[in-house]
Design a protein. Sequence first.
Length: 424
Amino acid sequence: MKVFKFGGASVKDANAVRNVSDILSLFDGEKITVVVSAMGKTTNKLEEVVNASANRDRKMYMALVDDLYDFHIKLLGELFLEKHYAIYNLIDDIFEKLRDRYSETFSDNYSFEYDQIVSLGEVISSHILAAFLFEKGHSAGWADARKLIRTNNLYQEGNVDWAKTEELINTRFLPAFKEFDIQVTQGFIGHTPEGFTTTLGREGSDYTAGIFAHCTNAESVTIWKDVPGMLNADPKWFDNTIKLDSISFKEAIELSYYGASVIHPKTIKPLQNKGIPLYVKSFINPQAEGTTIQASTAKDHLIPSFIFKMDQVLFSFTTKDFSFIVEENLSDIFNRLSSINAKINLMQNSALDFSILLDRSKVNPENIIELFKDSYTVKYNEGLELVTIRHYDQETLDRVTDNKDILLEQKTRQTARLVMKDKG
């Protein structure tokens, strides 16, 4: 069996859904698990729905739900020539329940409410895709990930109960392949022991593909993207990008850790543990080779990879009594940062200073100063960029640092990390 994951861009409109059907036709007769994301920007819109509910803004809530309903009904009209198909009633029912949900009490647990509402994007898209595949003659069924992937009760970041999940997939999911060649299920979502819906973290559909592959001992996983494979840099920030034909699981984890956005960081481990190869391929040109991610590290060093994080803030903490930064200080600093859920992109310490780099979009510098003012002097620089280079050489360093001032630099044998700003 193969596992295919199609993201939001690959099912963003009717033509995209047709294209998924065409891709699956290339694998006629094979057993395939299809993991699908919400269509287009549906997840973002559902997050607005959650906020409208939390703010008790009924007018905004209903307007957002109506917009989403209109989007999906229009798409159905382009995919199905007549409205008598059962999929219309099914989608109507989901949206009617979503409208009714506003009248229920919004619980104190925002993350719980988030998961119950935002998960519907994947439920809707998977129903539509499964119905369309069946209409086009594929041997296709629908499977509910909310009954298959068991997590704990950590809403928005559910941790997988691997033993229970494997049991559920083997007893409730795999037997259906006797009836269907293709089973369409949802990325990003699972369920608690009590049956409440959880999500696996933003962009978690890749991870879902890894979970299904691990639990079914799949032949491979393919993530279908709007790029030809994994590139050595984001084209937004880097000219003349190069496709990586083959990299190791280790390299993929390193790139994900440093911020490469092609693959969700949690995806690799369950595949590596069972030696299941991962392919990143283009849904625009599905016959092209793409990128293969597997065990061998032989080709990792051949092409430097560049990861850019823009709009960074560099904070430096100094103790007010001018004492050394020691383990006790570091523990205190980390605890305070954890209390505001700050995610550190880079850190470095000297005898008297401890420096960290944070995303400006996720932190207010004045709040950081306020949080630490009792014990530390805090200074910061804004408008910075963090560049991480895997398998660097002097030529690549010279290229990215041209006309830049370097505020901080870290190097290991394989990785260079530079905090920079444009020369003024």
